[in-house]
Design a protein around this ligand. Structure first.
Ligand code: AMP
Length: 194
């Protein structure tokens, strides 16, 4: 099963996709985590990516697609994968469709976590103190929110047109949000999704 998690920064995509990974036993593909790992490793890709990440801007599509393509070629991705924080642009969404298509798969679900922006900013500032992420500070948070609206939110229409889009109210507790997601995934699986 191939599932995309959509939603603004701080909506809980990472938390919910980690839970779903445990439930479905599929790998999670978080481009944010992969890019942060490359940055920590000090690779040329990590160095390039950090110039964008630290300012709250998106890493260019070709860079992101190269790490995603490599990851999808690993044997554990044969049955499916959960994409967290990817795709973030229409270009990435189309490139993902092509990658899946060339492997004989198609996207089953695009789960949008919808939340109130003021609440999201509060969550991110909390995460900034807990995880000390370089890109969680008031100015980059505003920038990332703006980038989401301008570059990523159009994906909602893209996936709605494809008939794979579902919305989950992410303002509730992580447990309640996950119960909804589990129900959506179970229904999709029952309809032949897995
Ligand atoms: P995240 O952990 O998903 O919030 O990502 C943190 C940062 O990594 C983002 O603000 C971007 O700079 C970069 N990033 C992560 N995923 C992508 C992506 N799919 N496309 C472009 N940039 C990304």
């Amino acid at each position: 099963m191939w599932i995309v998690f959509l939603g603004p920064p701080g909506a809980g995509k990472g938390t919910q996709s980690k839970r779903l990974v445990e439930y479905l036993n599929f790998p999670q593909l978080s481009t944010g985590e992969m890019l942060r790992a490359a940055k920590v490793a000090g690779s040329p890709l990590g160095h390039l990516a950090s110039q964008y990440m630290d300012g709250g801007r998106l890493v260019p599509d070709p860079v992101v697609m190269s790490i995603v393509g490599e990851r999808l070629d690993q044997p554990d991705c044969i049955r499916g994968c959960l994409f967290d924080g990817f795709p973030r642009t229409l270009g990435q969404a189309r490139a993902l469709d092509e990658l899946l298509d060339s492997r004989g798969f198609q996207l089953d679900l695009a789960i949008e976590l919808r939340a109130d922006e003021a609440e999201l900013v509060r969550r991110m500032l909390k995460r900034a103190t807990e995880e000390k992420r370089a890109d969680d500070n008031p100015s980059t948070i505003a920038q990332r929110m703006e980038v989401y609206h301008r570059q990523t939110a159009p994906l909602i229409h893209y996936y709605r047109d494809r008939g794979v889009h579902v919305t989950v109210d992410a303002m509730r507790s992580p447990e309640v949000v996950f119960a909804d997601i589990k129900g959506i995934v179970d229904r999709a699986a029952g309809a032949g999704g897995i």
